[in-house]
Write a protein that binds this ligand. Sequence first.
Ligand code: UD1
Length: 416
Amino acid sequence: MDLWHIRGGNRLEGACPVQGSKNASLPVLAASILAPQRCRLLHVPRLRDVDAALRILRHLGCEAEQRENEVYIDSTGLSGCSIPHGLMAEMRSSVIFMGALLSRCGEARLSMPGGCRLGRRPIDLHLAALRKMGARIEEEGGELLCRPSKLHGEEIRLSFPSVGATENIMLAACSARGETVIRGAAREPEIVALQGFLRMTGADVSGAGTDTVYIRGFRPTGAAVCRILPDRIVASTFACAAAAAGGDVELRGVEPGQFSTVLHFLNEAGCDIITKTHSVRLRSEGRLRAVGRVVTEPYPGFPTDAQPVLMAALLKAEGTTCIRETIFENRFRQAPELCRLGADIVCEGRTAWIRGVKTLRGAALHATDLRGGAAMIVAGLCAQGETVVFDEGHVKRGYDGFDSALRALGAEIRLE
Ligand code: UD1
């Protein structure tokens, strides 16, 4: 159990380098097995989810090792195509190994994925698309059995721009015969990053970042070097922390356009924001205004992953903010915990109203999920006295050195 001890009240000041993206790293790690090849990945965060992906790669017979922020993978020795339940249960994105294994081996055996409990999180779109491409997938008591199949290119129309389904189809399509077209694809920066890696390894992919992605085949190159893009959700978290606690923080090594919706609301709340090509400077007096209405949407809309930390930042803002969550059905689990600090949040279905309060008081909280846990830490930074967040390891799934980065900015935080 991780215990985060936070003593609120300090302003945050200084430069904050932002880690590589978890959600960009994971599909690239899965893509490393598409062909027998060696890959070197730079700027990879040290996270529990990355460890879990590396363990899956080693289980499949690959060499996979992380040294600081570099990951080396040699998938020439891949010898298996099944992933045991224990490894699958560690994170939801393990499901993209299905597309990668189908591409490399033509078959796969895995169990239904784990991950944050944010609602039902079905994988019906993944399965329907892969089946349309010729995969023979049977579901047996929580197991996914993909029998030996030859995949062919198809036109896939997604009824919702699922990030994971788009990635899974892109991976599977690399070895499919003929062209695959994904219509209604997710447009997240992580999809563009996956396209970049796939091109480097020899795939003919285009369109990522728009709602139509084309995959036309694959001529393996044998090696690739790739730098993981900065984590827009981690950048949003530090921005929300500085906004709420007050301070003057420069986020370095970021792509401001990738979290501009979050910066937009922080600016509306009263923060002074200056963006440069790869940095964002945010100044806040710590006295914010409510921002009216926030609706989470697929990219380029406001990201659901930044919703809990924005909620935390607005707990003391003057007025009432309304947040509507449209992506996940159960994503306000942090709210009752934040109320223990004295916050005034009312949730009804997928809508939450946050009425700003004058003071928050430290309390013992339980991290409910990855971003919910981060939200509690952000709230603790502007609460009087000590907040302790009891966390079964959720936050470390997505934040690399969160406590030391916050301490470097002047926060009083200790991880036990
Ligand atoms: C990814 C991100 C996650 C983020 C989410 C939405 C990774 C590793 N994770 O998750 O941090 O919160 O995008 O931006 O990149 N859905 C279905 N059927 C499907 C697939 C999805 O109904 O087959 C639904 C889900 O239940 C959810 C919504 O679509 O309500 C979004 O899911 P999706 O975009 O697939 O998210 P993930 O890829 O799981």
